[in-house]
Design a protein around this ligand. Structure first.
Ligand code: ACO
Length: 271
């Protein structure tokens, strides 16, 4: 990868930022160093004009083997509460940053995804898995509950029985099972993973970027609102989006109503 050769690698190509967990020898588990670096990389990419979509994947056989049990847990606990809180804020910080990212994001899950890895998995807007990937809430296997938001992630994404199954058994599921459970959008053979992810990214790249940002935020936020609150919120958000992007949506309406050059039901207007 061209722009960094450290614990987070990235390159930008044809509108897509390909970001990788890059500790393959440690199965891309998340150390404090990796968490700090990821925040820097997200900062660097978020408002670049040449980035329309961010894809998060892992180098080697893992997407991410969760939190680094040595550097994230044991070594920070040795520093006392101050150390623990610092490392928590660093990891939760970039997960939160990703959940609210300016550009749409896709988790391209190429391999192992454990425990804390469910944080960034959920933070990405869409998720495409390799059939060969393996997912597990292994926390129970070493005696903790799925913290760092992970229990919330599975309860939000999955039916209660599936969330409880993963949480209590620590059993692995593969990509196809993850897609059947709707933990990810879809699952394809590993050799097709990048190609399929690029196709999905290209669908997003055709859309109005302001509308994408407001729409993804709306999907994440209205779930906890009453119908009336959501209706009000969506009216206000559309008005806020309009103030950014008067021309884009007017152009979309023009091409459909006046020019009759496309149908919004079947694809995006020409930017
Ligand atoms: N934390 C710290 N080190 C790790 C982690 C981790 N989460 N995952 C892997 N490593 C290290 C191993 O200690 C090993 O280091 P070493 O080469 O210095 O001995 C190296 O990465 C390679 O790991 P192996 O276990 O040899 O790799 P293998 O491919 O055989 O197995 C697997 C991969 C299944 C992912 C295994 O490494 C594993 O079980 N990892 C832990 C998964 C886990 O439970 N993560 C924590 C989830 S809970 C949470 O995140 C809060």
């Amino acid at each position: 990868m061209s722009e960094a050769t450290d614990v987070v690698a990235f390159k930008v190509e044809d509108g897509i930022a390909w970001v990788k967990f890059n500790r393959p020898e440690k199965r891309n588990c998340m150390s404090p160093t990796l968490n700090r670096r990821m925040m820097e990389v997200l900062d660097e990419l978020e408002f670049r004009d040449d980035v329309g979509v961010l894809v998060l994947s892992g180098e080697g056989t893992a997407w991410s083997a969760g939190m680094d049990l040595k550097e994230y847990f044991r070594e920070t606990e040795a520093l006392g509460l101050k150390g623990v809180r610092k490392s928590q804020s660093e990891s939760y910080g970039w997960f939160r940053r990703l959940r609210r990212y300016q550009k749409p994001t896709i988790a391209m899950v190429n391999g192992w995804c454990f425990g804390g890895g469910f944080g960034p998995l959920f933070a990405c807007d869409l998720a495409i898995s390799a059939d060969e990937a393996k997912y597990g809430l292994s926390e129970i296997n070493w005696g903790i509950l799925p913290g760092g938001g992970v229990t919330k992630v599975v309860v939000d994404l999955l039916p209660m029985r599936d969330a409880m199954w993963l949480t209590l058994t620590g059993e692995l599921i593969d990509g196809k099972q993850a897609a059947a459970m709707r933990l990810v959008n879809e699952s394809v053979p590993l050799e097709k993973l990048e190609e399929r992810t690029r196709e999905v990214a290209n669908i997003l790249l055709e859309k109005n970027p302001v509308a994408l940002k407001y729409a993804k935020d709306a999907v994440r936020r209205v779930g906890d609102m009453s119908y009336d609150d959501a209706e009000e919120y969506l009216v206000r958000m559309q008005e806020a989006a309009n103030s950014f992007d008067n021309e884009g949506r007017k152009e979309g309406i023009r091409q459909f109503i006046d020019e009759k050059s496309y149908k919004p039901g079947l694809g995006a207007y020409k930017k």
